[in-house]
Write a new protein. Structure first.
Length: 131
């Protein structure tokens, strides 16, 4: 718990210049590589962490490609499994990182699309004062 609070404080302290378009591009890439348009918040959360420099993009991309290659019936559950296994090998704790991303009220977990563009609220990082 203390490590999680430390991570949250470090996000706030560094004032990460967050690129929303980069997050949309990464989320779109993960949906595409996974070969599914099934709505889920997980690829969005991972995209946020990648853009913030807290998660390796290569691991996210490999996990998404694994979903497509295995033809999983529950693609995002398999994506999570692949992420956890990859994180274990790299001494990362996905379970500690995901709660750092906050999903706004009305968040739409569908894949990004040009029609919806900037109209959809993106996940944000949680306010460290409310952690």
């Amino acid at each position: 718990e203390e490590k999680r609070r430390e991570d949250i404080r470090s996000i706030e302290a560094t004032k990460i210049p967050f690129d929303q378009e980069a997050a949309r591009r990464i989320a779109a890439d993960l949906f595409s590589r996974a070969g599914t348009d099934q709505p889920d918040a997980l690829p969005w959360q991972v995209a946020m962490l990648v853009v913030a420099g807290m998660f390796p993009e290569g691991l996210a991309v490999d996990a998404a490609q694994g979903v497509r290659e295995c033809g999983a019936r529950k693609p995002w559950a398999y994506f999570r499994k692949c992420l956890v296994e990859g994180c274990d090998k790299q001494s990362l704790n996905l379970r500690a990182l995901l709660p750092l991303v906050s999903l706004p009220k009305g968040f739409d977990p569908r894949p990004p699309s040009f029609e919806r563009g900037a109209k959809i609220p993106l996940p944000t990082f949680k306010d460290p004062t409310n952690a």
